[in-house]
Design a protein around this ligand. Structure first.
Ligand SMILES: Nc1ncnc2c1ncn2[C@@H]1O[C@H](COP(=O)(O)OP(=O)(O)OP(=O)(O)O)[C@@H](O)[C@H]1O
Ligand SMILES: [Mg+2]
Length: 262
């Protein structure tokens, strides 16, 4: 028998903040080279789940397994070392610094004498810009201050950085929030690049159209519970919308088919 080990497995995760129960018995798996979309209303528990995966919050109960190894007392640093990277739109980059400094922040290249190898970092940044970012703006160079870049460009830089440093699981928590239609398209393209690079991704977005377009599997979260899971190839967008409406109305996926119009 062949056993397939998932990249990440969460089992029966619960988390409460005082009286507030944010997650109750949540199980979630992310496979190798799989893009998983998390969909759910405000307060459903999506960000809390992400913060548990990135070692920011410790769960009250439940287990986290990475490549078949149980993780206990996961810290932010440990998660990073494992190759789990989170991209937040606004907080990801240092505004007043150049593009190349942002790419190499905390992982600077040095010469044999221990000095910053600025030339090397500029050259690598330029390569990333040509091969991955494909910025159309002539104004952007490795020296460009990040503060002057658009939201979509910044998003791309953060994802490029994660890929460049061999992240295995890239988590995007509402990356398209506040972006224009064109910039949103670009961000979705970057998610496709994560897939093409052979890596995995958890993609959170309130816009079901964005999610359905780029993910392999959708996980529906409602009031701290996982209430449904669908492979994108096996469900149409209309079907998915109907099921989500059913969940919103009843808090359950049961009999959701009745809400589907054909
Ligand atoms: N640090 C915290 N302290 C207290 N309560 C919290 C904390 N973080 C989250 N919560 C609560 O946990 C629940 C889940 O919040 P969470 O941020 O995970 O939702 P979400 O699905 O990411 O929502 P949104 O779509 O609005 O981002 C909410 O009721 C929220 O108020
Ligand atoms: Mg959130």
């Amino acid at each position: 028998m062949v056993t397939v080990t998932n990249l990440l497995e969460l089992e029966e995760i619960s988390k409460s903040f005082g009286e507030v129960s944010a997650l109750e018995g949540v199980s979630l798996a992310v496979g190798d080279n799989e893009i998983v979309g998390l969909l759910g209303d405000n307060g459903a528990g999506k960000s809390t789940l992400i913060k548990i995966i990135t070692g920011f919050h410790a769960p009250n109960s439940g287990t986290i397994t990475w490549k078949g190894q149980r993780l206990t007392h996961l810290t932010v640093q440990h998660a990073r070392d494992l190759g789990i990277e989170t991209v937040y739109q606004e907080r990801a980059l240092a505004d007043q610094q150049s593009l190349w400094r942002n790419i190499f922040m905390g992982r600077e290249r040095t010469t044999r004498l221990g000095l910053l190898d600025v030339g090397e970092m500029r050259t690598e940044t330029e390569k990333l810009m040509v091969e991955f970012l494909r910025f159309t703006s002539q104004a952007v160079t490795p020296e460009t201050e990040v503060a002057t870049m658009s939201g979509g460009e910044r998003q791309g830089v953060a994802i490029a950085r994660a890929l460049h440093f061999e992240a295995e699981l890239i988590i995007l928590d509402e990356p398209t929030m506040g972006l224009s239609v064109t910039e949103t398209r670009k961000t979705l393209d970057f998610v496709r690049e994560i897939k093409a690079a052979g890596k995995s991704c958890i993609f959170i977005d309130h816009n079901i159209f964005n999610v359905h377009e780029v993910v392999d599997r959708v996980v529906l979260v409602d009031r701290g519970h996982v209430v449904g899971e669908f492979k994108t190839a096996e469900i149409t967008l209309l079907d998915l919308i109907a099921r989500m409406q059913h969940v919103a109305e009843t808090g359950s996926i049961e009999n959701a088919e009745k809400g589907v119009t054909t």
